[in-house]
Design a binder for this molecule. Structure first.
Ligand SMILES: *[C@@H]1O[C@H](CO)[C@@H](O)[C@H](O)[C@H]1NC(C)=O
Length: 420
């Protein structure tokens, strides 16, 4: 892939936003978000460095500057949901980070009759026009965030050198639920990158700042980068597949694609016509229970006689195997597992390669575990989710202008857009 001419240095990202601005609240309250879908041909792009990994951390995050003066918040990057939210000192029930790191609202609450509010409140129509706009988001594992919408400055340094101070809407979460044995959220919040109108991708696009495109590179060695705008779409080597549309022609909520067939070691399987959701907010990949069982049987048969036996004492993931000795890294074992491929039918031959590195982890106990889980685990028998593990080492592009999702595998290691 040759995108050198468009390359920029990641150092750009590391510059600290020290700009201060006055009359914050006045600006916040006078600025209204316009929900338009105009195409802005001069829009630029920007990039964030990503931290995190699939295991043992379990998520990828970026550090986002918010407010005036700006403070930095680590947010879990989530293409599976729209609304960005922060743990918020309102005060907060169920927050998991120290109080001095919580976001503090300051008279910047979005009111109920604001168009942005309609997007989070379709279930509870606005009763008091100038009342506060409440929201509630639910994730898998019965994790949820309840709070109020606010607007604040999110300073962004664009690749063309300009520093912009867009005012974006997000949630101030003051009631977080994470029941049972599910770990509480470990980041101060979630960066919602879905295709809905509350997503910050859509908001930045509506302000004319970027094309309605977002993408990421999650490195298998940890870290990576997240880009907004269309500047970093590789010019060649991308496999594209359309986002699914509903019968009325609307693009469906979440980044849904398909149908796709599963190949095992290059050969067709009985797993066909999968609808898949690309979700960077999910650490692992999930298949519907029938497809999952087929896959587990294929793998189990294939590794017979390979000195790997089922290990039920490792609770890291539901299905693990141990070798003769404790495994140190995936390299010790990937040769024993076959590559998978998701073969999309639109267009034909659009292939998502899922090598063993993109579906296995080696745990701290030295076992290898299957990172494709049964969706029943999250109470959704019929859903298929492509999570971080299978998105690793690819540039993945969510193009809401052309309603398509694409992926490309850079040759060799990829430390930043300038080296693609
Ligand atoms: C740089 O990009 C931003 C965001 O798209 C835009 O608002 C600004 O006008 C651009 N500046 C120049 C000098 O092109």
């Amino acid at each position: 892939m040759d995108v050198k001419s468009r390359g920029i240095s990641l150092f750009l990202l590391l510059s600290i936003f020290s700009t201060s601005f006055s009359d914050t609240d006045q600006v916040l309250n006078s600025e209204k978000l316009t929900l338009s879908t105009t195409v802005h041909s001069h829009a630029s792009s920007f990039v964030f460095q990503i931290k995190g990994n699939v295991y043992p951390i379990g998520y990828y995050s970026v550090s986002l500057a918010i407010g005036n003066p700006a403070k930095f918040y680590d947010l879990d990057i989530d293409t599976g949901s729209d609304l960005t939210w922060l743990q918020c000192d309102a005060p907060c029930k169920g927050c998991t980070i120290p109080q001095n790191q919580l976001y503090k609202p300051r008279g910047n609450v979005v009111i109920c009759e604001d168009p942005l509010c309609a997007e989070v409140q379709s279930a509870f129509p606005c009763t008091v026009a100038n009342g506060q706009c409440d929201y509630e988001v639910h994730y898998a594992h019965r994790v949820s965030s309840l709070g109020v919408l606010v607007r604040d400055f999110i300073p962004v340094k664009f690749t063309n050198g300009s520093l912009q101070l867009p005012i974006l809407g997000f949630g101030c979460g003051y009631d977080l639920t994470h029941p049972g044995h599910n770990p509480p959220p470990s980041t101060p919040g979630v960066l919602g990158l879905g295709n809905g109108k509350t997503s910050i991708v859509f908001q930045l696009h509506s302000l004319g700042l970027i094309r309605n495109v977002v993408g990421h590179y999650l490195s298998g060695r940890g870290g990576g980068f997240l880009f907004f705008g269309d500047q970093f779409i590789p010019q060649s080597g991308v496999d594209w597949t359309p986002m699914l549309q509903s019968s009325s022609g609307q693009v469906q909520q979440n980044y849904r694609t398909g149908p796709a067939d599963l190949l095992f070691d290059g050969k067709p399987t009985s797993v066909k016509d999968l609808e898949l959701i690309f979700d960077s907010g999910s650490s692992y990949t999930y298949f519907n229970s029938i497809a999952h069982k087929v896959l587990v049987d294929l793998i189990t048969n294939d590794i017979k006689g390979k000195l790997l036996i089922r290990e039920t004492a490792d609770s890291s993931l539901p299905i693990c195997w141990k070798g003769l000795k404790a495994l140190k890294s995936l390299h010790d074992v990937t040769g024993n597992f076959k590559p998978l491929v998701l073969s999309f039918t639109k267009p034909k031959n659009s292939l998502l390669q899922v090598p063993p590195e993109a579906y296995l982890i080696v745990t701290e106990h030295g076992n290898v575990c299957l990172g494709i889980l049964d969706a029943t685990e999250i109470g959704r028998e019929n859903i298929n989710i492509i999570g971080d593990i299978s998105l690793q080492d690819k540039i993945v592009i969510y193009d809401n202008e052309k309603h398509q999702i694409g992926w490309a595998s850079p040759n060799g290691k990829c430390d930043g857009p300038s080296k693609l």
